[in-house]
Design a protein around this ligand. Sequence first.
Ligand code: ZN
Length: 348
Amino acid sequence: MRRRSTKLVGALGVAALSLSTFFAPASADPPHNPGGPCLQENQNVSLASVANYADVVRELGRIERSSQGAVEVHSAGQSGEGRQLLYATVGHGPETFWLQARIHGNELHSTEAALQILDRLASGSPAAKAVREGLTVVVVPMYNPDGAEANIRQSTTPNRIDLNRDWENFAQPESVAFWKVWRSTAPTYALDMHHMSQAPVVLGTDDLNQFQIGGRSIAPSRMTDRQWLTNRQMTMASVEALEGYGVANVAHYPLIDITNAVLSRMLMGETAPPGETPLPQSATPTQGAIFYEVRSVGQKSNGQLENLFRIPAMAVLTAAADGSLAEQDVSGYDALPFARSGPCGQTG
Ligand SMILES: [Zn+2]
């Protein structure tokens, strides 16, 4: 019989954890291309350096234990396969900031970036302290642990669906669980971290586009004026933070209008899981919700990928905490370039 460890997850309710799922075979031998832009069909991809579910459990526990009470780890519930849906809270400020990663299981490095940001926010630095005083930050490092372990975009069971298209139907337990956390923590701001799977270039140039900014997952006409302004302010605070980081070559994400995405429904309200009461848009707490898409360039560049998530995210957190976000100039928003995707390695 498999022996259960009671030390894996610190203050978590360990009784509910199924350790047999920590080391599912899928994590060792990914059946799918993890989404890098230049991987060849038969290329051998090692995921040894990518944070898996067991790493998330261990790292959250370590950060919580060493945080001297600043970080609390919770479970929102269980995934379709029975993994804990873990999130951490750090800070005690009056406004809540939601930071989520890896809703698409095969978008690898956002989890590591989220854990790094949490670690940084838990530290004794003056910058971390300022964020903790201004904000309560909710960090979801692996929204889709089943998809992450299987190295696929979607959930696995009971439905194999895109969890970022499920905040209208709530067909998956992950969606129901995290909607309830959103409802109870009432975040003013939300930031969702993704990987691009293609190799775009900035339109009109040959510059490899490493970072796309998603200032809108829905048409601005679906947002209140304040939400649309806050989204652009979060966008420009992110872009300005990356200006000193030359490799980014920032571009807009394509202008999508997807009402069943997580961020979209945080802004719009009006949907809820069965048995819960939807909030009208006039009562939704969320006033700004944007996403990042970082280009996947392979495991040799992990540090760079994580920087591309962490640098702008820390800038937005800092600006939200000290109030300067509300003064952020957005006049450069419309002038940001778009990107053009092509076959891998081709820029023409
Ligand atoms: Zn994604």
